[in-house]
Unconditional design. Structure first.
Length: 377
């Protein structure tokens, strides 16, 4: 059984599939802390969890403009400076269920919990590429950095993805080869012993159980780079899709969700308001500057109070948690819909409906997030 190495998981995770294992954090547990506890952090595996002997582990680094090197775990810990960053990881399919309820979608079902924030420690990818001889001032032919995981399918094809090389080498590039998550060695599910943390970039490129780094002219030719994790027009379906016509998703769009209260929960109002909590996040290092919450279908909005990890300019890699006291119509009893939307520092904001952003893969759903609650007398 290729699934004989699967680790024990926290019983509170909401399981979306067993083999491969996919599970999300229950929404109400997401917004308690700025850092998501490791054992409650969502898990998105495409393949069985590989068994890795840390003593035998080697990372191979090769490709355009590099000399081929192999690094052990000890090399990574001793030859390079240790860096720590706070970064949010979100699956491009987060909030897919809202899209599938409009029109059927193939893909793992996710409510809004395929996201989490952690403090990651490891070595800087840039330092490793320079150690292998990459000279970012010379005219390198490399356009992409490809990553391969130790997990593979029955045919031996491994998980793979790539990022544009600029994301790895510019001044302030924070892409890590991480060996720790929130101060603990990575767990089996989250990529032990080493994974990529490409902050501001969609989950799929943050390759776990990292075995190989390749600089190259082309991007990764993997299934997940070429024929998945892309978005199309709402009218494009599997019979008409031209995968080559759309770029692989890298930096995710601005999004937000209401985590508390949950769907269909009873709420009592205090002084005519409902306390509402959630998260907001934008890719590419954009910070969230505002979250608006409405209880009357967007006619009036309450500006939420934001809290986030302090970030350097253009390097807001972590999500923003928010809370608001939202007024509801006087003496209202029964069902009411709460709505939230976020705006980032480029003034990108969220579209009001799912229909206009629906796509065959069900990715990047950032429509206004809506939660129905029952107001009690
Ligand atoms: N890396 C490998 N090797 N195998 C995978 O299946 N899944 C990717 C990415 N890296 C994956 C991987 C996807 S789609 C996401 S969203 C994130 O890992 C999830 O990371 P997590 O399970 O630590 O939350
Ligand atoms: Mo993902």
């Amino acid at each position: 059984d290729p699934y004989s190495n699967e680790p024990k998981r926290h019983p509170a995770l909401v399981i979306r599939s067993q083999k491969p294992f996919n599970a999300e954090t229950p929404a109400e547990l997401l917004t308690g802390k700025l850092y998501t506890p490791n054992d409650l952090f969502y898990v998105r595996n495409h393949l069985p969890v590989p068994a890795v002997d840390p003593a035998a582990y080697t990372l191979r680094v090769e490709g355009e403009g590099l000399r081929t090197i192999e690094l052990s775990l000890k090399d990574l810990r001793t030859k390079f400076k240790r860096h720590t960053i706070s970064a949010t990881l979100q699956c491009a399919g987060n909030r897919r269920t809202e899209m599938s309820s409009l029109k059927d979608i193939k893909g793992t079902t996710w409510a809004s919990g395929a996201i989490g924030n952690a403090e990651w420690s490891g070595v800087n990818l840039k330092d490793v590429l320079e150690y292998a001889g990459l000279d970012d001032r010379s005219e390198t032919e490399a356009g992409h950095v490809q990553f391969e995981g130790l997990d593979s399918d029955m045919e031996g094809v491994c998980y793979g993805a790539s990022i544009p090389i600029e994301k790895a080498v510019y001044k302030g590039a924070d892409v890590l080869l991480a060996y720790e998550m929130n101060g603990r060695p990575l767990s089996k599910d989250h990529g032990f012993p080493v994974r990529v943390i490409a902050p501001g970039i969609v989950g799929a490129r943050n390759v776990k159980w990292l075995s190989r780094i390749i600089t190259s002219k082309e991007e990764s030719q993997s299934h997940w780079q070429q024929h998945d994790y892309k978005s199309f027009s709402p009218n494009t379906d599997y019979d008409t899709v031209d995968w080559e016509s759309a770029p692989a998703i890298q930096e995710p769009n601005v999004t937000s969700a209401i985590c508390d209260p949950g769907h269909n929960t009873p709420v009592s109002t205090c002084e005519g308001t409902i306390p509402v909590k959630g998260f907001a996040y934008s890719g590419g290092g954009h910070s969230v500057i505002r979250v608006d919450v409405s209880a009357d279908d967007g006619k009036t909005w309450t500006v939420a109070e934001l809290s986030s990890v302090p970030a350097k300019r253009s390097r807001a890699w972590s999500w923003t948690l928010w809370q608001a006291e939202v007024p509801i119509p006087r003496d209202h009893v029964g069902s009411i819909e709460l709505i939230c939307k976020a705006t980032d520092n480029a003034y990108n904001t969220q579209p009001d409906s799912v229909a206009g952003v629906w796509n065959l893969r069900g990715v990047l759903n950032n429509a206004w997030h809506r939660v129905k609650v029952q107001v009690q007398e």
